[in-house]
Write a protein of this length. Structure first.
Lengths: 375, 637
């Protein structure tokens, strides 16, 4: 029997006699009736099976998501329906994709989704988007590319290119490059890697021999080589963002700034053969080449517009007058797709422009879209 | 039905059944309302909702953190980064920066981050926890825009002599906890010293549904270590005066695991050092009560992560707080209160350009009118605060409490609230990705609530039910957003937030032969959204704020046995505007047995957490523990 002290400890004022409580059984019967209704409700809600969708004839939108938010995703824009389906990895595999989705590469019927802050590359079927495997052992990966035999992943975390066995999805080799490797392209059986510097600044393009996976050399270009493409003559074009250093105090003045530039490298001898200043005080960070070999640059928070770079007279013409976080060109139509990242807590969007700059459509997508890959 | 649906079913069943059991009680007793230590003027604001965590539940969570306790036994949404990880709270749809945490009269809110890590606070070091949801800026200033959590440590002047206790617990996943205390009480002096140590590995296995093929992973790098000391004295001065001193030190070291989708092991860790020193003096005469208090608060948060290029931050904040309060009762109908506050905050961080200070002064007051033998009570409160040379918005509130019939009260409150920008908002230096905004204004807004409570009192038990409706509107909401010009993140005052909802709480206690039964249940509906004034768009439900939240606890003591079951239901919540976290339910069972001797009292207990072994997530990317056990024993001399 508990002492009065114990009961006082329970915050009860004890100035009354003990009595038995009488239950009202009629009330309990009614409650049991409600219980039956709830049981029927819970039993009737069973899981619905997804109808299989084929993600062809469209474009995959890479939505970064917020850092540490675990809300990166892939959306699919369907040409036929002119609409976007969001979160297709979750829809098809019933799990989240991960934290900071950086890019997707379609190759050999597979999609290689690079998830930066999850330190992995998810491999899916490029049509059904069903999971096929995962590549581990990549530190802060950024992009994936393949020569058909091996896959190559640029790893920001340890300044390496990881070589991937495409049959087993295992890392088989690691090649040290300069700081902050990101975008890559392949030409003449060589892998060219743009090293942005990561959290610092770099100005190197690393060249790797794909026959033996050894670094051939680092080529010095402008500050922050942020994108790299191969042209119809198998030469390499590199977009250098430039360098901007801000003061730490309000109003945060620019203390140091270098121009944004384009570099061209002859891939036979890996020498810089052209250098063009784009802007002294503006900094695009993406470079694309269309099916007819025309260069376009733009994208990034600080830069307004998408520009065409005329290779005959080296002048730039603005094609799209819009701020874009990222942009890509549809290889079948040369339409220009730009991404609007938004607030990283709500839906971002993409806009589709014709190659001459007419807006064709605007579509909501996932959080923080950064690029589009066509399938 | 799968497991969680069973749990959900029993939760709803519990909510239905227990009011019916109460209805069966024919007689009534009275449930007393005693406010917690540190509440302004010793009384809660007229018309405000207020509830305490009961002592049995407090005992059940004795070895846990305040985050565990609030998550399962309040209507507060707790956002936790896994077991022992950073835990912040949301009251009525507000954010952590909108809730004040008052310890023995002092605000513990970190002025740099605006929040507080509720995982770092051990329940065993606090004597009482109570909650006052709703805007209360008039009495508690910035940070009390959506609610207050009161933490109290109490000493009493009575002739009890020496007392000591020791509590030790061993639990799943390498968790050990020990607290020893010794104290002395007399009519003129009381003193207590409490030492605590807790260590946990948190190396549990879980099905990782965020990875390919759903492998079973073992959580790594999630251990923690917590050391705590609290020393208190209470001295009688003169006939009516009392001087209390409190010194509190907590050292909390926490390894931070990788996200569940991550294939690399984390090496990040955080160490919190908190020192709180408080002096409280009170005295009274015939119609006047005076309280004086001074406090020094020190918070140091060290974070280290060697991933990538490495992150190392060291944030230190010191606050000095001085306050005076006076309560003057003209007669039983009219009571006036007035107070003055001086707060000096100093912060240093690698994220700031230089060490930063902020000085605040506040004048606040309250007038209470009670008529018709206290059946109708009105109060008016106001506050004016000065920060540096900036006068903040004048805030005020009206409250009422009307007794319609014995034990049935109607009450309501309308209050203007405000929230200062936190120091990170103002002083964060340009770091290439983000920068602070020194031109930020304070948030301000209105809080309205109305409700009623009713008590049954019998000779064998008591039942109380309370329902509250509220509406909360905040203007000039401070949110970090990417700047349209350079893409860097900076805080701006553009949007508005609106929360509305209903809270229902019930409690019953009744006596059985050789024992006692106590039942509590709560439910809240919260509709909280952000309105973008620029685009005229509306967000989804605010992140980590479930629309539906419910919990119940049933406790029985019979002879020397104690048994308590706690069940908590958390509705689906958004974690951004597009993605949601599934709803889940948790059950906790506590079984205790007491041995009583003349000179020693021994309590032993078994506690089972997550008894239905539910797989759940509070935040995406953070694993939560499966069913786990704790075995403890407590000695009191």
């Amino acid at each position: 029997m508990p002492s009065h002290q114990e009961i006082l400890h329970w915050e009860l004022i004890l100035n009354f006699k003990y009595t038995y409580m009488t239950f009202n059984y009629t009330i309990i019967k009614k409650i049991l009736g409600f219980t039956g209704v709830f049981i029927i409700y819970f039993c009737s809600s069973c899981e619905k099976k997804n109808t299989e969708i084929h993600y062809e004839n469209g474009a995959f939108i890479v939505n970064e998501g917020a850092l540490n938010g675990s809300n990166g995703s892939i959306s699919f824009y369907n040409y036929e329906t002119d609409s976007v389906v969001n979160d297709i990895f979750y829809l098809e595999n019933n799990r989240i994709l991960g934290d900071v989705v950086q890019s997707i590469t379609i190759a050999d019927g597979k999609g290689f989704i690079v998830v930066n802050n999850s330190n992995k590359v998810e491999v899916v079927d490029a049509v059904t988007f069903h999971e096929l495997g995962v590549i581990e052992g990549v530190s802060s990966p950024r992009f994936f590319i393949t020569d058909g035999t091996y896959g190559y992943v640029s790893c920001w975390g340890d300044n390496t290119i990881r070589v991937i066995d495409l049959g087993t999805f295992q890392v088989t080799d690691s090649i040290a490059v300069a700081s902050g490797p990101e975008k890559m392209c392949i030409s003449r059986n060589k892998l060219y890697v743009a090293n942005t510097g990561g959290w610092a600044t770099d100005s190197m393009v690393s060249v790797i021999d794909l026959s033996n996976h050894e670094l051939i050399k680092n080529i010095e270009v402008g500050y922050t080589p942020s994108d790299i493409v191969s042209d119809i003559n198998e030469n390499i074009w590199i977009l250098c963002f430039g360098k901007v250093v801000y003061g730490p105090e309000d109003p945060y003045p620019i203390l140091e700034e270098t121009a944004s530039e384009l570099y061209k490298i002859n891939t036979i001898d890996d020498a810089v053969i052209e250098q063009h200043v784009l802007f002294e005080d503006q900094h695009p960070n993406q470079l694309e080449i269309d099916s007819e070999g025309r260069l376009y640059y733009g994208g990034g928070y600080t830069f307004e517009g998408i520009y065409n770079f005329d290779l005959s007279d080296y002048t730039s013409t603005r094609v799209v007058a819009d701020y874009a976080y990222g942009f890509n060109l549809d290889p079948s139509t040369n339409d220009i797709y730009i991404t609007i990242a938004g607030l990283y807590t709500s839906a971002g969007s993409i806009k589709r422009y014709s190659s001459d700059g007419n807006l064709l459509g605007t579509y909501d997508c996932g959080i923080g879209p950064n690029s589009i890959t066509f399938n | 039905m799968n497991n969680w649906k069973k749990v959900q079913f029993f939760c709803i069943l519990g909510i239905l059944v227990f009011p019916a059991i109460q209805a069966a009680i024919s007689d009534t007793i009275f449930l007393d309302k005693v406010v917690a230590q540190g509440i302004r003027f010793g009384t809660i604001t007229t018309g405000a909702k207020y509830y305490k965590i009961d002592s049995f539940t407090f005992k059940t969570f004795q070895s846990g953190s305040l985050a565990d306790l609030l998550q399962q036994q309040s209507l507060i949404a707790v956002k936790t980064h896994g077991p022992g990880g950073l835990a912040t709270i949301s009251v009525r749809g507000g954010s952590s920066r909108h809730t004040a945490i008052i310890w023995n009269g002092f605000s513990l809110r970190n002025p740099m981050s605006g929040g507080m890590n509720f995982s770092a606070l051990p329940v065993g070091f606090i004597d009482e926890v109570s909650i006052q949801p709703g805007g209360s800026s008039t009495m508690y200033g910035s940070g009390a825009a959506s609610g207050i959590i009161f933490l109290g440590n109490k000493l009493y002047l009575k002739n009890s002599g020496w007392k000591s206790s020791a509590n030790t617990e061993i639990a799943s996943f390498g968790n050990y906890n020990g607290i020893i205390s010794a104290g002395y009480q007399s009519k003129n002096f009381a003193g207590q010293l409490k030492l605590g140590y807790q260590v946990g590995e948190n190396d549990f296995r879980f099905k990782n549904t965020d990875k390919f093929n759903d492998p079973f992973d073992t959580l790594k790098h999630a251990s923690f270590n917590r050391k705590s000391v609290i020393h208190q004295t209470l001295l009688k001065i003169g006939a009516n005066g009392e001087l209390q001193s409190d010194i509190w030190y907590v050292n909390y070291l926490k390894n931070i695991p990788s996200l569940t989708s991550d294939y690399e092991e984390s090496s990040a860790f955080q160490q919190d050092d908190n020192i709180r020193i408080a002096l409280n003096y009170s005295t009274y005469w015939d119609k006047i009560l005076i309280k004086l208090r001074s406090g020094f608060l020190y918070d140091k948060i060290y974070y280290y992560d060697d991933a990538g290029y490495g992150i190392e931050t060291n944030n230190i904040c010191r606050s000095f707080i001085n306050e005076a309060e006076i309560k003057f009762s003209v007669n039983p109908m009219h009571t006036a209160f007035a107070g003055i506050n001086h707060t000096s905050e100093h912060a240093s961080s690698e994220g700031y350009l230089s060490d930063t200070s902020r000085i605040r002064y506040a004048l606040f007051g309250r007038y209470n009118l009670a008529i018709l033998k206290n059946k109708i009570q009105f109060s008016f409160e106001s506050r004016q605060e000065l920060v540096g040379s900036d006068l903040l918005p004048f805030v005020f509130s009206f409250g009422n409490n009307i007794t319609i019939m014995p034990r049935l009260h109607l009450k309501g409150i309308a209050a203007k609230h405000f929230a200062l920008p936190i120091m990170d908002d103002l002083f964060w230096k340009e770091d290439g990705f983000a920068y602070g905004n020194p031109d930020l204004k304070s948030e301000y807004g209105w809080n309205y609530e109305a409700g009623s409570d009713y008590e049954f009192i019998t000779s064998s038990g008591a039942v109380k039910n309370e329902i509250t409706f509220y509406y909360h509107h905040t203007y000039d909401l401070i949110l970090w957003q990417p700047n349209g010009e350079d893409g860097k993140w900076t805080p701006i005052n553009v949007n508005e937030s609106k929360s509305k909802g209903v809270e229902y709480m019930g409690e019953s206690k009744f006596v059985i032969p050789n024992g006692l039964i106590q039942i509590r249940y709560m439910y809240s509906f919260t509709h909280a959204k952000i309105y973008d004034v620029g685009t005229n768009s509306v967000s989804q439900q605010r992140p980590f704020v479930p629309k539906h939240n419910a919990n119940m606890s049933a406790a029985i003591t019979f002879r020397s046995y104690n048994l308590q079951y706690i069940h908590s239901f958390f509705g689906r919540s958004y974690y951004d505007d597009l993605h949601t976290i599934d709803q889940y339910s948790l059950g906790t069972l506590y079984i205790g047995y007491a041995f009583n001797c003349s000179f020693i009292c021994i309590n032993s207990y078994l506690k089972i957490n997550n008894i239905f072994n539910v797989t759940y997530k509070v935040m995406p990317g953070y694993a939560q523990p499966p069913r786990n056990f704790a075995l403890g024993i407590n000695f009191k001399f």
